[in-house]
Design a protein around this ligand. Sequence first.
Ligand SMILES: [Zn+2]
Length: 290
Amino acid sequence: MDEIVRMIAKDAPVKAMAITGRDLVERARRIHKTLPVVTAALGRSLMACSMMGDQLKGEGASVTLRIKGDGPMGALTAVADAGGNVRGFVQEPAVFLPPKPNGKLDVSGAVGKSGSLTVIKDLEMKEPYVGTVPLVSGEIAEDVTAYFAVSEQIPTACALGVLVDTDQSVLRAGGYLIQLLPGASEEVIESVEEGVSMLGPVTAALMREGMDAENLLRQALSAFELETLERHPVEYRCYCSRERVVRALVSMGPEELRALIAEQGRAELTCQFCDAVYEFGREELEKLLG
Ligand SMILES: [Zn+2]
């Protein structure tokens, strides 16, 4: 089961959260039929977005993470609710790239090295908060770190990893955000850096016996006295419904709708986030016209 854990250091201005996301990334892979390098890019983004969503207050709040690079995968969109439940899609799921010389999936090759990362936080107020930064590497974790540094002025250590099995299914997925609160000393920064480097890559850590989201943070932040604030399950969750699809059909306008009826006599709409298909017969479409 996927989960998010949030912790805080009792003896230093450090807060942290971690996610295990094997099931939600695998669900995304099955819905979108992604090839491994896109599974990794989408999976990393979904988990980052999930953690960002989990930081929001307010039940109806949501966060959208958009990554637009110049690579063959095209644009990527992820959306999370305030409980960290997340959904997403990519423009081109079937990208094949040879692995990098170190054997790792070439995520930045699929995403592209130049482009932008945009975060839109809908806090249910009039104007959503929007922050955009240029891509740093296209590896996503570094780009998320840059976003927090530039747009929110929060020094952040971010790691995200997706390990794809030989049959292309997701074997492990996880990540963390470690953030320094105002007043963190040079010593604290060094301890965090040391802990992160001792932990090593997330997917390798997650292969170790008994490793979960909480233990990821306990190892990375072993220099500190930690308190667990919250721990709860997260999942791939879509909020589409027939009513929403009807609204989308109506918003096409009468002309387009008339053309659709004339040309096809029916409509079949697939949700871009999940595998739900909504079918409409001629009669129903004509009723919408009225
Ligand atoms: Zn859906």
